[in-house]
Design a protein around this ligand. Structure first.
Ligand code: PGU
Length: 402
């Protein structure tokens, strides 16, 4: 018999979102008439808009023709990488610094292979669970030290109302990977230019690498707020950026994203991280679907960018409705302006208890803040991904039943 990977045993519970789905199923089974509305997992609900969808359809059609057929394309279509560089980074990156992926989550998991089990990690607390759970699975973190505490070996950087949801950079250890997400999941907070500049300075002075998750960058409406870590000049020396078509183009089920690994980024021994990433991706990843890439190209031309704006505006409209409803209840909340998440404080309460209360009283599924890390205790995350009629109904239920 073969023994289990001991690192997997360090995971304290199932992955957050399947756990929530399980509780929803249990509730539905014992309340068969309930019309449950989900403001839980951040999963897109609206159809892919026509121009982008035509790009996907055309990609599929071409595969059935002798001239248009294509097979493996390991690093991604050159035209898509070029387009990503020009649309998101003002052409700052060469195409071999941009790697097309099947989504940001998949790359966040794979990126850990670059650094091995000896690497230390620091995360915003609360944070998207994949940074921490991925580190645990890779052996870069140990077990949970106590109930309600985080994993040993991970440095948690509390992001609270007291610090404006931006962490104290003095807490970052030397030579670690810093996972940083802005617009943030789950808090909805967006770091400003001064804050990102300070983060980059801290990373450089401490010998750290930032893994910047920009999956929600297209929800930023305030022109003063940076959409990419590379808007800070020195970030090319110390940062990897991951991004995705999932939320702005409705590609959660299509699967398409990218990572930027600048050639200027080096390990402590001076070796190229970009070269290693090419080696890893060439070995264990055979490229994103060429149909998805055709859709991605359509999403980034003028018509496609208009559609992205329309789709993200729609979800931001939902976010405003939810936030207004929560504020009517007298709850303190942030997010929802430049992000599809609203982070609401239920002072002194246990988040899983509040999750159950909202499910029982309003038949609404949410995400308990404690699932995102110790500093999430007492908070609930409301996702703005939903059909408008469902969001309106959810707001009525919240204000009348909670
Ligand atoms: N990065 C962040 C910060 C995310 O919130 C999500 C999705 C992803 C990456 C995933 O991007 P893909 O390109 O689609 O892989 N977060 C959702 C969905 C839950 C999940 O497990 O990914 C959420 O509800 O937090």
């Amino acid at each position: 018999m073969i023994a289990r990977n001991p690192y997997i045993a360090n995971l304290k519970a199932g992955y957050l979102f399947p756990e929530i789905a399980k509780r929803r199923r249990e509730y539905a089974a014992s309340n068969p008439g309930a019309k449950i509305i989900s403001l839980g997992v951040g999963n897109t609900t609206e159809p892919i808009l026509p121009h982008t969808n035509a790009g996907l359809a055309e990609g599929a059609r071409k595969l059935g023709t002798a001239e248009g057929y294509s097979g493996y394309q390991d690093e991604g279509l050159a035209s898509l990488r070029e387009k990503i560089s020009s649309v998101f980074y003002s052409g700052k990156f060469a195409i071999d610094e941009i790697f097309i992926s099947d989504g940001a989550k998949c790359d966040i998991g794979r990126l850990q292979l670059l650094f091995g089990s000896g690497v230390k990690a620091a995360v915003q607390d609360p944070s998207y669970p994949v940074y921490v759970d991925g580190s645990v699975i890779a052996g870069a973190a140990g077990p949970v030290s106590a109930e309600g505490a985080g994993y040993s070996g991970i440095t948690y950087l509390p992001c609270t109302a007291q610090n404006g949801f931006f962490p104290d950079l003095d807490l970052i250890p030397q030579n670690c990977l810093i996972y940083f997400c802005s617009p943030n999941n789950p808090t909805g907070a967006v770091a400003n230019r001064g804050q990102l500049s300070a983060l980059v300075d801290a990373a450089i002075s401490k010998g750290c690498i930032i893994v910047f998750d920009a999956a929600y960058s297209e929800f930023i409406r305030d022109p003063e707020l940076p959409k990419s870590i590379y808007e800070i000049e020195k970030a090319v020396q110390c940062s990897i950026e991951v991004n995705s078509f999932s939320k702005p183009a409705g590609f959660t089920g299509v699967r398409l994203g990218w990572s930027v690994i600048p050639k200027a980024l080096k390990y402590s021994g001076g070796e190229s991280i970009n070269a290693d990433w090419g080696r890893i991706m060439g070995t264990i990843f055979n490229g994103a679907s060429n149909i998805a890439q055709a859709g991605g190209l359509a999403a980034l031309d003028d018509e496609g960018l208009k559609e992205m704006r329309e789709l993200t505006d729609f979800y931001l409209g939902n976010a405003r409705l939810i936030r207004d409803a929560l504020q009517k209840l007298g709850l303190n909340c942030i997010g929802g302006d430049n992000s599809p998440y609203i982070w609401a404080h239920f002072l002194g309460r246990d988040s899983w208890e509040v999750f159950s209360e909202i499910l029982e009283k309003c038949q609404i599924v949410t995400t308990p803040g404690a699932g995102f890390g110790p500093a999430g205790q007492g908070f609930i995350r409301f996702s703005a991904f939903g059909h408008r009629a469902d969001i309106e109904e959810a707001c009525v239920r919240l204000t009348s039943s909670l």
